[in-house]
Design a protein around this ligand. Structure first.
Ligand SMILES: [Zn+2]
Length: 123
């Protein structure tokens, strides 16, 4: 059987937390409007980076994605007392570094999502 080639534009990596899914849907509706994307939901988003990298590898290999959007959020249960904006920014940057070193052509966006739905861009 021949599987037809199917590619997509992006991947979105988020936490599983139900409180944020509507915000994330609204964000992708707006920011990835005419694009297609794979979606990874994992507790703590990129916290378990080895696991995330394995999923990302599949997405790159099968779907030839060009961009990755990494979303962490406020009051993340997977981080517990460690869930500070600074810690999330640090882990997001660490994930971007690892992704960039493996896939230099992949464009990576980092976001810290607040409880009220505000997406804060992390540089
Ligand atoms: Zn979370």
């Amino acid at each position: 059987m021949v599987i037809p080639i199917h590619s997509c534009d992006a991947i979105v990596i988020t936490c599983i937390d139900f409180r944020f899914q509507k915000y994330i849907r609204d964000w992708t509706d707006k920011n990835l409007k005419d694009k297609t994307f794979d979606l990874i939901g994992f507790a703590g988003s990129t916290k378990d980076l080895d696991t995330i990298m394995r999923q990302l590898d599949v997405s790159v290999r099968l779907h030839k994605i060009k961009e990755a959007h990494l979303i962490h959020h406020e009051a993340c249960g997977a981080y517990g007392a460690e869930s500070t904006p600074e810690k999330h920014a640090e882990d997001l940057r660490k994930a971007r570094e690892r992704i960039n070193s493996t896939y230099p052509l992949l464009e990576v966006g980092l976001y810290y999502l607040h409880l009220d739905g505000l997406f804060e861009k992390v540089d």
